[in-house]
Design a protein around this ligand. Structure first.
Ligand SMILES: NC(=O)c1ccc[n+]([C@@H]2O[C@H](COP(=O)([O-])OP(=O)(O)OC[C@H]3O[C@@H](n4cnc5c(N)ncnc54)[C@H](O)[C@@H]3O)[C@@H](O)[C@H]2O)c1
Length: 379
């Protein structure tokens, strides 16, 4: 991509706050497929931290400088999602590809505009639904479909942690949109991707800010539930998926441990750590027990006061491989080979449609709400 012909994607970052500074910046800096070309943030301190660690070619507070720069191939958009739409439109109009953090949009009208803008400009958009790229999730999907393709599944995804560790904007319906918007979008996308089925109906019991139980029906007859909340402990592994289908059981524990029963392709699998700051803690027991021991240790000894003040834990948190690195490499390969985005604007629109359907379900007095492609995609 670069003019010297060295086949890397030159990234310009707009917004290098908590998430991007802890994930995309270090991953893109470590990838041979990318180059950290330019960093933009309104916050001088955030910019300073990025410059010190990743030495971009330049820094700026003016994102339009990146859009006008022919030396930038793709933008990594890390501003809070309630502000995505105008940026996405401008980035597309500038002819740049973009990695947009999740959720891509906050309602269906925004989604239709994004899909139109991206298609009109013929650029690639990738949404940051990283769990699709977690190595153990990829293996789980392979094993599931080899045995169960075309069969109806019953699937649950539980993700509960402690909201005290989240930034406040996430829970504000007017800003982050609540956890149903900020986080459940991940699981709507993940279940669609895993089952290869379209969500057609959503029912949600819970609250806009936090604490939701969502039921989903898919077009292949599969049914799913998502349990999402912030009233648990961060010292316990947050996520667990269970899939039941035609006398098989699959459990995926935090992308670290896959347990199987009823599959010919038998044998449990163990995932890997993306970041393990405590290799000497939790060395015995099951992957779940090891993970739990590391989280407990982090909670007692691993949190730095300055991280706590900024609610920025990505540098210190013991983290299973949730696919963040594979995600950015998959996008670079799509750009370099000119193939479709591996998690495109339609995926972003679909997940937002499920979140907004769940919100409508609650607001209408807890009723089922249909999810229709013709409502979240342009005609
Ligand atoms: N994939 C995941 O698992 C995951 C996890 C957490 C957050 N996220 C997403 O990442 C995105 C960022 O969230 P965050 O919590 O890191 O937010 P944040 O507030 O920490 O960071 C946003 C940054 O954007 C900067 N910014 C705002 N307007 C700007 C402008 N006009 N020009 C340049 N910079 C500007 C801010 O100064 C700030 O540094 C959100 O969409 C969020 O939902 C994804």
């Amino acid at each position: 991509m670069s003019q010297s012909g060295d086949r890397v994607v030159r990234a310009g970052f707009i917004g290098v706050g908590n998430f991007v500074a802890g994930n995309h910046l270090p991953n893109i800096a470590a990838s041979k497929l990318w180059q950290v070309a330019a960093v933009c943030d309104l916050d001088e301190a955030a910019r300073g931290r990025a410059v010190e660690r990743y030495a971009p070619l330049y820094e700026t507070a003016d994102y339009r400088r990146l859009l006008a720069d022919p030396g930038i191939d793709a933008i990594v958009l890390g501003v809070q999602h309630q502000h995505h739409l105008p940026f996405i439109r401008e980035i597309a109009a500038a002819g740049k590809h973009m990695l947009v953090e999740k959720p891509m949009t906050v309602d269906d009208a925004e989604s239709r505009q994004v899909v139109e803008a991206v298609r009109a400009a013929n650029v690639k958009l990738m949404v940051g639904f990283n769990r699709r790229f977690a190595p153990l999730a990829v293996e789980a999907k392979r094993v599931f479909h080899q045995r169960n393709r075309g069969k109806q599944a019953l699937i649950t995804y539980r993700a509960v942690d402690d909201r005290f560790f989240w930034p406040d904007y996430a829970f504000d319906p007017k800003r982050g949109g609540g956890k149903i918007m900020c986080e459940c979008c991940h699981f709507f996308d993940f279940l669609h991707w895993f089952l290869e089925a379209e969500p057609v109906r959503v029912f949600c019991e819970g609250y806009r800010e936090d604490q939701n139980v969502v039921s989903l029906r898919f077009d292949d007859g599969s049914i799913g539930s998502i349990i999402s909340g912030g009233n648990g402990s961060v010292a316990f592994p947050k996520e667990r998926m269970e899939v039941f289908c035609d006398r098989t059981t699959m459990v995926l524990d935090q992308m670290l441990w896959m347990q199987l029963e009823g599959y010919e392709d038998a044998g449990d699998r163990v995932g890997s750590w993306e970041k393990d700051p405590f290799p000497n803690v939790g060395t015995d027991g099951t992957p779940h027990e090891r993970h739990r021991a590391k989280l407990g240790h982090w909670l007692k000894h691993g949190i730095q006061p300055e991280d706590f003040a900024r609610k920025a834990y990505y540098g210190s948190f013991p983290k299973a491989d949730l696919g963040h690195f594979a995600e950015i490499e998959a996008f670079a390969r799509a750009i370099l080979a000119d193939t479709p985005s591996p998690c495109d604007e339609v995926a972003g629109a679909r997940a937002t449609a499920c979140s907004t359907a769940a919100i409508r379900s609650m607001e209408a007095g807890y009723v089922p709400v249909a999810v229709r492609r013709e409502e979240y995609l342009p005609g």
